[in-house]
Design a protein around this ligand. Structure first.
Ligand SMILES: [Zn+2]
Length: 336
């Protein structure tokens, strides 16, 4: 019988978290009330309007929740606060290395701010947090599959101009409808500019998913995949991912909520880990799921009996796959 334990004190490395969906619960409620997105601060109302806490059945209502959360990203002060609180809460949850990704487009739609102002406000939050806590962090610029070429070009220019600050680039949103070749120009430029690449892929359960993961690696230069769990369907893709030493950023609770697999015990995490694939544990959108990263660890303890030894191994894999500089990683986690 596996002994259950609290994963909170484990020193953690998190590689896949959307900063723009990473609210502290009390701040989410406070701002939603101030901006009149909710009438009361009762949990039931907050949950029904802003949180995703049970497996999604109605995509329309889920998207509305993300749109409401986007409306909270109103000004620079809020962006700085969001970043500071994200890092403070992460540190208190045992996280020592945290990569945060954000979409300039998503935040601009919510705030109307320029890319420069958005980016500077986030950096200010990081600076404040790092004065107080020994946590290593870095920002990843997200490109969205449903954006126009003009928008993608603008974000590309901004990302490359700021490549000394961005630690990487990502491609997100519905991949089933998108041809990877239509983003080749963009990721060729990022690759040539030396920007490390991770791609959201292999998340939803359809038979085309393993091929899309392979395409993200071969066509779009990804060295890491956001999710990637559907490679479990195809042994040759598992072998390919291992041979290329590509890392999978796995988000257990997020996958449960999007119904990426049949039931909790069927999450592919354990099989991929045992097959020798480089994997990490991540929270994805904790502000919307009302979770901490430790909840994802608890999920794996409860469903697969993972131990502290497993978590040490997995955090070492995440540490090695992180885009943050070796010096910075060593500063906060010298033992890995
Ligand atoms: Zn994600």
């Amino acid at each position: 019988m596996t002994q259950l334990f609290s994963p909170k004190p484990i020193p953690k490395v998190e590689l896949h978290r959307h900063l723009d969906c990473s609210w502290r619960y009390s701040t989410l409620v406070e701002l939603a009330k101030n901006f009149k997105l909710i009438d009361s601060t009762e949990y039931t109302e907050v949950e029904s309007k802003l949180l995703v806490t049970s497996p999604m059945t109605d995509l329309g209502s889920v998207l509305k929740k993300f749109t409401r959360a986007q409306q909270l990203l109103k000004n620079e002060e809020i962006l700085t606060r969001l970043t500071f609180e994200t890092l403070e809460d992460a540190y208190n949850d045992g996280i020592r290395i945290l990569e945060l990704r954000y979409s300039l487009n998503f935040i601009q739609e919510g705030s109307g701010l320029s890319y420069d102002k958005i980016h500077m406000a986030l950096l200010k939050g990081i600076e404040h947090a790092q004065k107080k806590y020994p946590i290593a962090t870095g920002l990843i610029s997200i490109f969205q599959r449903d954006q126009s070429k003009d928008h993608l070009q603008k974000i590309l220019d901004f990302t490359i101009q700021n490549k000394s600050v961005f630690i990487g680039a990502d491609l997100a949103d519905n991949e089933a409808a998108a041809d990877p070749n239509s983003f080749k120009w963009l990721f060729d430029e990022l690759y040539e500019a030396g920007v490390p690449i991770t791609i959201h892929s292999g998340e939803t359960p359809d038979s085309g998913a393993p091929k899309r993961v392979k395409d993200a690696i071969e066509i779009l230069h990804a060295t890491r995949i956001g999710h990637g769990i559907q490679i479990i369907q195809d042994q040759s893709t598992i072998d390919f991912v291992k041979a290329k030493n590509v890392h999978l950023e796995i988000c257990p609770i997020s996958n449960a909520l999007t119904q990426a697999f049949a039931n909790r015990k069927n999450h592919p995490f354990f099989d991929l880990y045992k097959a020798g694939v480089s994997v990490s544990i991540n929270s994805d959108d904790p502000g919307i799921f009302n979770t901490y990263l430790s909840d994802d660890y608890s999920y794996l303890i409860q469903n697969f009996g993972l131990t502290t030894t497993d978590f040490t191994k997995i955090n070492k894999l995440a540490y090695d796959a992180s885009f943050i500089s070796a010096v910075e990683k060593k500063r906060v986690m010298p033992i890995l």
